[in-house]
Design a protein around this ligand. Sequence first.
Ligand SMILES: Cc1ncc(COP(=O)(O)O)c(C=O)c1O
Length: 390
Amino acid sequence: MKPLAQIPLRIPRSGIREVMDLALVAEKQGPVIHLEVGQPDFATPAHIVEATCRAVREGHTRYISTAGIGPLREAAARSYERRTGVPTSASQILVTTGAMMSLATAFMTLLEAGDEVLLPDPGWPNYSTSVALARGVCVPYTLQAPLFLPDLDQLQSLVTPKTKILLVCSPSNPTGQVHDAALTEALVAFARRNDLWVVSDEIYSEIVFGGPAPSVLSFDTDERCLVVSGVSKTYAMTGYRIGFTRGRQDYITVAAKLQEPFVSCGTAFSQLAAVAALEGPQDCVAEMRAAYHRRRDIALDVLRARGLYRYTPGGAFYVMVDISDAAMSSREFTLRLLEEKRVAVAPGGTFGAMSERAVRVSVASSDEDVREGVTRICDFIAEAKARAGK
Ligand SMILES: Cc1ncc(COP(=O)(O)O)c(C=O)c1O
C-alpha cells in the first residue's frame, strides 16, 4: 500500500488534546479541575437557542450560498463597523465554518508553496498546522515573557523575499495580552513597508477588560488586512461553527469559492442563530465578560500571594503561569500536575518554544475551580522547587 501523505503524518499531536484525554481517564478515579480548554463554560444564551430552533422548524436546513446567507453577511458587516468605525459592506464579508476555517482559507488563498508566514510564538497551535497544510513555511516571531508582546526589530530581521503574511492575534490565545493602538498601528505599518498581508485573528475582541481592543482595520489604509472574527467565544457558541473574514472584495470572492471543495457551504440554521446573536440583546456578552474579568483577577490574586505574578492579561480567558521554578518541561509539569493535584492545564510548549517554561490556565471555569486550581498549581510549583533544592 502506498503511504499516507507526509505533511499530515508529521503534524504534531496537540498537547492540549493529550491533557484533555488523560483528564477524562483520571476523572474515572475522582474529580478533576478543568483549566485546560479554551471554551466558555456558559450555556448559549436562550434567545440564540430559540432562534436556532425556530430556523430549523421553518425549514432552514438546506444548502446555502458559499459566502454565507445575506442577513448574516450584513449583520457581520455592521458588527465590524460598530467595533472599528470602519465602513464595511456585506460583500467584504465571508462567513465560514468557525474562525478556524477563515484562517485556513486565508492561508490557502494567499500562499504559494514555500511562502513564509510570520507566526507568534507562543501562539495558537492550529496556525502552524494550517500553514503547513497550505504548503507554507512557518517563521515564528518571539513574544517575550513576561509581557508577551512582539518586537518590531525582530520581526524586520525575519523578513525574506518569500515572506507573505504577518499573523497577529490580539487579544491573544494563549497569553491574553492585548496590543495597544500604537503597537497595532506599528504592526500594520511594518506589513505595509514589507508588502505583507496581515491576517489578524480578533476572535477574542469582545472579551476585554480594559476598554476595546484596537483592530488592525483602523490602520488599514491599503486593504492588506484580513480580519478574522466570529461568534464562538463572544456568545458561547463554539459548537455552531460560525466565523467571519472581513477583507477586500476580490479576496472574498476567491476565498468564497474555496469553501465549496471543503465544506460545500455553511449551515443555514447556525447562520440564522448568529444573526440573532449579533443583532439581539448584548447584555449576555457583558455578563460573560464580567465573569471572565472576575476569574482573571481571582487567578492573579492567588499568583500574587504566592510570588508567581508576572503580568496582567488584558483579554481573552487565559493566564500564562511561569513554571521555571519547577525545573521540568511543560509537558511533564502538566502530566504530573494532573496525576498529583488533579488539575488539568495546557502545556506551554504546545504553543511554541517561547512558552516551554509556562502553562496556560483557562479561566473559562467556575470561580471556585479557578481559585482552587491555581492554588494547587502554586503548591505543585513550590513542592517541585523544594525537591529540586532551589
Ligand atoms: C486564537 C483562536 N483563533 C481562532 C479560534 C477558532 O475559533 P472557532 O471555534 O470559531 O473556529 C480559536 C479557538 O480556540 C482561538 O483560540
